[in-house]
Structure formats: structure tokens, C-alpha cells
Ligand binder design. Structure first.
Ligand SMILES: [Fe+2]
Length: 337
């Protein structure tokens, strides 16, 4: 079934719309970043995010259509992230999607934002992982290990008990005065540092649980900063980045063993980190597992992954009513535990 789907994502601080054919062919993927609006605050301010989404959304949708060289009347469906994110930010995207669905008389599909991230690993150039597979989705707002049974069928096997990995990176970057977004800044500075310079903990790796906790690691980094006021910032960034990456990869490999899954995937904004990509792939190779990395262009929040997930969900369960709501925190899939 060939379908042209408009995907909209306004979950956090990126206003994005994309046109994707049949869950695979990305005709456009327009992202208007709000970094400049939040930079002075060192992090995302929810009210400002909502206001910026409202300012940008119609232009971003039009740009996605123009870039794809299609018109509203060519669209077969509209998909939108309605679950998981900043509530007021989600409301802007969902309202826009409802308007498009109503005006064009096409199906509306609401997705959980993390379904989009998971779907991104299926949207690369090469073949994606066959079901079932294990997916580590890691970003500023979430750190989750998910057993992906099929489209729309998930079992969360591990998640963070406090800070998300990306959140910890952002907070330390802010503390070091490296700017926002923090993950990219830490990676940039870490490139000139020694990752063995500071002995930092790899939280909870000795425990059987597949959950993460990054708040203790963050505290350990702050303690090092307090104890060594003249420290080499590059060395600290490199040591911190290595600790985050090691923790994520160790837990993923443990989850693969516990779930007996042989295909592991990596998605989300922190999946842009080169050290994480390399270490993830290396660990998979060593253990005889197949690794699948989300394409770099689909790691940060984007509309294409939403259009992709929306297409597959529509095939499974059909359209959603125009009454769908937004939820800041929502369980992922019917198999969530
Ligand atoms: Fe995200």
C-alpha cells in the first residue's frame, strides 16, 4: 500500500515536519531548531518551546511539502507525536495535525514519540533489523531499553531511574559553561581529552537490573570539579563521556543476553555521539550480535521518524479519532511493564 504521510514532531525544542512515502522513502525532513531561543537559559524552557513551535509550525509544514514537491491534496495521512514530551509543546503539533487531517479529510495517526525513535532504525539505507530486536533509545528526555516485538508492540526492559543520559550530559555541560546543547559540546571538547584522566563510576553495572541511573555519575563529576578547580576540562569531558558510553553499552549487552535477542539497535539524540556509535558496534561484533544504528539524520527529533512509525501503525490499527489527546508521560506500547 503506497501512502504519502506527513509526519509532525513538536515534542521538545525542534519543530519538525516531513513527508515520507510508505514508511521508507523520505521526500523531505525539515527541522527548525530552537537552540537560539533556549541557549541563554542553558536548557529547554517549556513555555518558550511552545511559543516557538506555534511561531514555526505552519512554515515548517509548508517547507516540508515544498521540499517534497507535493501539495496538501497529495497527502494520504498525517501522523503526529502526541505522547511523551513537553505537554504544551506537544499540543502545538497535535493541533496542527488535527487541522490538516480535518481540512484534507485524511486519517490522523497519533504516535508515542519513542515509537518514532525506534522506527528510525528501520529507515536507513540498508536493511533494518528484523523483529524482534532490542533497541536502546537514548536522548535528553529518556534512556530506555526496549524489546521491539513488532510495529506497535514493545516491552520496556530497562529505563532510567533518575536523569536521562542526555540530560546528565546537558547538565554537566552547563556547569562547565560549555553551552547548549550539552551533548554535542561535551563531545567536541572531549575530542582533545584523556578519557582515563579521572576515575568515574559506571552506575549500577554490577546490579542485575537493566535500569540506568545517571544522577550519581553527575554528582561524581561535580565533586571532581569542586576538588580540582584547575582541572583540564577536556580530560574531564572525555572521562565523563566514556563513563556514560560504557554504562549504556554494558547495560545493552546485558539486556541482549537476558532477552536472548541477537539484534541490537541504537536510536535517539545521544546516538549522534561518535564514541557511543563506535563502542556499541564494537561490543556487538565482539559478542556476535548484529548492530543497527539509526541514520545520523534521524537521531535528533524529526518528523520523518514520526511519519514512518505512523505509516506502520496505520497499517496495524487504522486511524485515530480527532479527539486524541496529548500526554507528557505515557507508557510505550501495550506490552510496557
Ligand atoms: Fe526524542
Amino acid at each position: 500500500m503506497s501512502m504519502l504521510v506527513l509526519g509532525i514532531d513538536t515534542t521538545c525544542d525542534d519543530t519538525s515536519a516531513a513527508v515520507v512515502r510508505s514508511g521508507q522513502t523520505i521526500l523531505s525532513n525539515v527541522i527548525a531548531s530552537q537552540y537560539a531561543a533556549h541557549e541563554a537559559f542553558g536548557g529547554v524552557v517549556p513555555m518558550i518551546a511552545a511559543r516557538e513551535h506555534a511561531r514555526q509550525i505552519s512554515f515548517v509544514i509548508q517547507a516540508a511539502l515544498d521540499k517534497a514537491e507535493v501539495r496538501f491534496s497529495d497527502l494520504d495521512a498525517v501522523a503526529v507525536s502526541c505522547d511523551q514530551g513537553l505537554l504544551l509543546a506537544l499540543v502545538v503539533g497535535v493541533s496542527a495535525a488535527k487541522s490538516v487531517a480535518l481540512a484534507c479529510n485524511i486519517p490522523l495517526i497519533g504516535i508515542h514519540h519513542l515509537e518514532g525513535h525506534i522506527c528510525s532504525v528501520l529507515m536507513g539505507e540498508g536493511p533494518g533489523p528484523a523483529f524482534p530486536f532490542l533497541c536502546l533509545t537514548v536522548a535528553g528526555g529518556h534512556t530506555l531499553l526496549v524489546r521491539v516485538e513488532d510495529h506497535g508492540q514493545y516491552e520496556v526492559v530497562g529505563s532510567t531511574r533518575d536523569d536521562a543520559a542526555g540530560e546528565a550530559l546537558d547538565k554537566i555541560a552547563r556547569r562547565l559553561g560549555l553551552g547548549y546543547p550539552g551533548g554535542a559540546a561535551i563531545e567536541r571538547v572531549a575530542a582533545n581529552g584523556d578519557a582515563t584522566a579521572f576515575a568515574l563510576p559506571r552506575p549500577m553495572i554490577r546490579q542485575k537490573t537493566l535500569d540506568f541511573s545517571f544522577s550519581g555519575l553527575k554528582t561524581a563529576v561535580v565533586r571532581v570539579m569542586d576538588e580540582h578547580p584547575d582541572l583540564c576540562v577536556a580530560d574531564l569531558c572525555a572521562s565523563f563521556q566514556q563513563a556514560v558510553v560504557d554504562t549504556l553499552v554494558i547495560k545493552t549487552m546485558r539486556a541482549a543476553r537476558q532477552t536472548s535477542l541477537t539484534r541490537i539497535a541504537l536510536a535517539g539524540g545521544v546516538a549522534l555521539n561518535s564514541l557511543l556509535r563506535k563502542t556499541f558496534k564494537k561490543a556487538a561484533d565482539r559478542a556476535g550480535l548484529q548492530a543497527f544504528l539509526a541514520p545520523r539524520a534521524l537521531c535528533a527529533d524529526n518528523g520523518a521518524m514520526v511519519a514512518g512509525a505512523g505509516y506502520f501503525l496505520y497499517r496495524e490499527r487504522g486511524a485515530d479519532p480527532l479527539t486524541i489527546e496529548t500526554r507528557a508521560n505515557a507508557p510505550l506500547g501495550r506490552l510496557s511493564v
